[in-house]
Design a protein around this ligand. Sequence first.
Ligand code: MG
Length: 321
Amino acid sequence: MSTSGDGGTLALGLPMAVPAPGLPARVRIHEVGPRDGLQNEKATVPTEVKAEFIRRLADAGLTTIEATSFVHPRWVPQLADAEQLFPQVRDLPVDLPVLVPNTRGLERALALDATRVAVFASATESFAKANLNRTVDEALAMFEPVVRQAKDAGAHVRGYLSMCFGDPWEGQVAVEQVVRVCRALRDMGCDELSLGDTIGVATPGHVGRLLTALNEAGVPTGSLGVHFHDTYGQALANTLAALQHGVTTVDASAGGLGGCPYAKSATGNLATEDLVWMLRGLGIDTGVDLDRLVATSAWMAGQLGRPSPSRTLRALSHKEQ
Ligand code: MG
């Protein structure tokens, strides 16, 4: 494929847009790079760099950017600067959800005028135990006042649900178990749920089965987002399956930042570039400028000192040279 070489989007190349039946016209990307992507980085990323990353992502057209987490600094040292970071970006014309693990975290977020928060629950007993040292029901009981107080404050609440398709300790996870926890989070008041494939073991039929079961259990598909990891190379196939079942919110991480701490392989979050490439090819509107997004992720990879695992970013970067 030839390139024009005169700069701009065309020089980077885009797929031919060929719509496929049964897919939404528009998808909202929930960008998790600054939070989920950076949280396991060992070397501390300066607050200014995080703020610049978020600004550049907003400039690239992402409208929902998960900015940071108000966890206790001891748990996630990388995000210990939430109080310093959030005020630097909160006036951007985009949604900036923040993770809140408990009522203390919620209070810190609300004190800085956060209007969208997220809680992090587990579909499985083993992960609830490992991550929160609680049973699933104890963890839900812990989140109930967080969600209630957030709703009382007028905040939008997203509920993350990890291990929806498999668990490193328990192996297979029953669809019924995931449905039960999803319903509990909805009943609690969560506006949106994000179905996490934390270890990347989902395959498209499994995705369809869970989404069908949730629909039959009365959980509105419009309230669901999907959070796929590319550990086994299935993230885009799973995304397509979710879109075919009516999902229109997809989580992704710029440059594919962020691995899963429970999977040894290097690949973790679905890269936003790879997602945008597929959606562009399907003629689905995301509002994202792929050229600017690639430049942002390449810049961030430079800050971190190692190449991005995103296939699309690599392909487009080679094209640039
Ligand atoms: Mg993730």
